[in-house]
Design a protein around this ligand. Sequence first.
Ligand code: DMJ
Length: 641
Amino acid sequence: MTTPALLPLSGRRIPPLNLGPPSFPHHRATLRLSEKFILLLILSAFITLCFGAFFFLPDSSKHKRFDLGLEDVLIPHVDAGKGAKNPGVFLIHGPDEHRHREEEERLRNKIRADHEKALEEAKEKLKKSREEIRAEIQTEKNKVVQEMKTKEKKPLPPVPIPNLIGTHGGDPGDNDLREKREKIKEMMKHAWDNYRTYGWGHNELRPIARKGHSTNIFGSSQMGATIVDALDTLYIMGLHDEFRDGQKWIENNLDFSVNSEVSVFEVNIRFIGGLLAAYYLSGEEIFKIKAVQLAEKLLPAFNTPTGIPWAMVNLKSGVGRNWGWASAGSSILAEFGTLHMEFVHLSYLTGDPVYYKKVMHIRKLLQRMDRPNGLYPNYLNPRTGRWGQYHTSVGGLGDSFYEYLLKAWLMSDKTDHEARKMYDDAIEAIEKHLIRKSRGGLTFIGEWKNGHLEKKMGHLACFAGGMFVLGADGSRMDKAGHYLELGAEIARTCHESYDRTALKLGPESFKFDGAVEAVAVRQAEKYYILRPEVIETYWYLWRFTHDPRYREWGWEAALAIEKYCRVSSGFSGVKDVYSSTPTHDDVQQSFFLAETLKYLYLLFSSDDLLPLDHWVFNTEAHPLPVLHLANTTLSRNPAVR
Ligand code: DMJ
């Protein structure tokens, strides 16, 4: 630092100074000129020092301390380190100094203002009632939920959409048929309206207790299973107000971030299948988005040593496990083998191969396994990759695995030959080991248990009549006629199981033992829970043969449901189909709206509604388009209104 003050200021006279105490005047008189000069020098040095200190040395306010909490704001302008003795303390130097001071001031003011505001708000809050405070909290919560939903609605990238044919219409062109079709539509409205009134948002309806109902397959949450399952039926019946109502509920309420353990299979066939079908039919993006969100939540179920998924998964934690009753911790063939259709569509719509890879991995693993008598056992352990108990059935536990092999081939526009081969091999083994004719001439499908054929057929196995007919075209060695015949025989047997009851509704399972044919023996097998399989088979038979008997049988079933299952607030299953005074189980199953009523409606519609060369129905009757790859377009779905 220069010291200009040490030089005598030109033109200015420095007055003589009185430096001594006034009590010693003689000293003043005695000072010599040289001494005066030295004193003057010291004095000017002192003044210079003070002057310099005042103008040039940094004052204490220039040595600022900053908490690390302000780092983000200040560090880019700070020469950290120089002169910094304490960690976390920085000295500011240089030309930005002024700006830093302003910045610091601004932050202080802001903090002060925030504190004051918070204090004011707290004071205000204390003046409010509990209800007002609650209402405010709720509004804030809703705001957050709304923001999350807006984010969720981000559209997926556009992909070619199959040209969709026959999404509505289907006038049968005959008054009697029109009336029947209208009656089925009225039944659908009765089921839907009562669910809307008494069970809205719950998974299912208790039509007698007039309240919601659920089972463990849907977990502990209200996931609106009936809404999702029913959407496409509402759509094809032209119940568009009801459809929009369901859509709104899904938009605003269907949330998969719940701490709830659900069945992977059931959620896939009912929810993902239902949402995908609703998307294809209506073109509404929200259904696709929800389907993909849900599918992501199911993926952790595949984290097993073999890649065979657990039966159940917790949607929040992703932890999976198997049903306690399933052969020493096994997964079930009809569950892990009934994912293919939906997962292929998910990969198609998202462009993400992850879903396709999961189901193809399952297929490859099954192909490598030994099969006793060429049959697939129902249980497979996902830890060891070994079969569990040797039990094979085309009814419960096995059924839709075979169905999805055939449908994978159909859905691929008949290009997935591997799936077709697996289907053909499996059906040949089933015919050889499981299908028999009773003494009375009824063809039935039994169950194979540890080397022994149980002559018992479940209601669920009745779907196979439709499957044989659907697979007839394209079968090996041109056995189409044979499979049409086999399908017709199964339809007849299942019709017999209905016809031999008091209510004209079929039991859960029926025996072929000695004199007993197509009749349930045990009390626990006498119930009918609004299941679709027999009507499903009638519909396929109708489509492929146009034999009027299938419409007649379908109508018989519709009348019996109307007479014995309809109650004032919906439809209920019955506990004993052999008792002429039915006892209701008080459950309106979601599949009644998804499948039973849909197949009945299609049975009385013309074939151009959802034609089978363009649509393949998943196992919950949700139609998914055939992926004819040459027949797709990037433009919007022509079905979008
Ligand atoms: C439906 O959920 C599906 O059809 C499934 O494949 C098995 N059966 C029920 C209805 O009976």
